[in-house]
Ligand binder design. Sequence first.
Ligand SMILES: Cc1ncc(COP(=O)(O)O)c(C=O)c1O
Length: 378
Amino acid sequence: MKIFEWSPIEYVSMISRDREIEYNFASGSPDPSLIPVKEFEKIFQEVIEEYGYRAFLYPGAGGSSELVRNIEKYYLDKIGVSLRSDEEIVIVSGAQHGIKILSQILVEKGDIVIVENPTFWEGVYPIRFHGASLRGVSIDEEGLDTYYLEKILREGLKPRFIYLNPTCHNPTGYVMSIDRRRHLLEIAERYDLYVVEDDPYRPVSKDPPPSLKSMDRSGRVIYIGSMSKIFAPGLRIGFVITNKDLAEKIKILEQHDFSTSTFLQLAMSKALEKNITEALMKRCSEHYDMKRKILLEALERYFPERYTRPVCGFFNLIYVDKDPEIYVEKAIERRLLYVPATRFFVENPVYSIRIGIGLISSEKIFDGIKVLREIFEK
Ligand SMILES: Cc1ncc(COP(=O)(O)O)c(C=O)c1O
């Protein structure tokens, strides 16, 4: 049975659309001050001059060859992701589109898919939608509990694949340790499993550990990259790296939706050529580190010992003792928006709030957490 359900993220964004929000902790968008608007103004012009009408024709399935080439040439080594000779890059309309298409290809009704518990609700929704049931494996400061994973596999669980966001995890902010990464890959090898590595925060985090993709010796890791956090989510550009067989299937399914805009792919390709990426990566990681420092001070003051300590990315969780879904409206009245994260737990749900520091300005973070505390105190 297909499940039609609003995500907690989309839901709070919808109900607050015409309301004045001063403290937006709900959005997954990057900080507006970091979006390279001026650079894109110039790049858009250059795309029109260089490609003319061709920039406005239909895109081909799999993405523009210019963009594929430039991701390989100018981007992958900067983020520490490798491409094997038997693999390909396929352009998708953001990481979310990548997850959706992979779910269409990999999931059969009744399959079990392993995910982190808690997990990124929207990321796993397409997996559920295509008929899989999710099995959660808990996550701590070192990432996915690979020992528990090994145990359930040893006991006979046969998952179709493992989906995870090991670096700057949404929603906890944790980063998987190198030992656990190695262990996960060993397990995937032993039990012959695909690992889907969803990795949108790598380019905006300082010195992240190696990607699973770069540690993978047998082509089991399907890598999903995104330009949303480093450049802009409205561009809707992401990419998948996988073996040629799966890559072809992704392209075939892109015939269903024609993938992403030709013009924006060419603009992204030009942006990569221009060598602005490295400076942008540095600016972003420093800026989010600064915001996270403010957040941590506020959390320590107002929610001591009731939060996950984020290492990088945009998110972390605050644990509360009341149902956070009920307090969303009260929070909006105080001009504050958060995402109730209880449903991010696929097993053993815990009352929790997802805090995002992407969009909110650094000046508002401390006061916002104070307001949140007042809302939950009452
Ligand atoms: C873990 C994770 N995966 C995927 C996405 C979606 O990214 P995109 O904008 O590239 O579709 C997000 C956005 O918040 C995310 O946090």
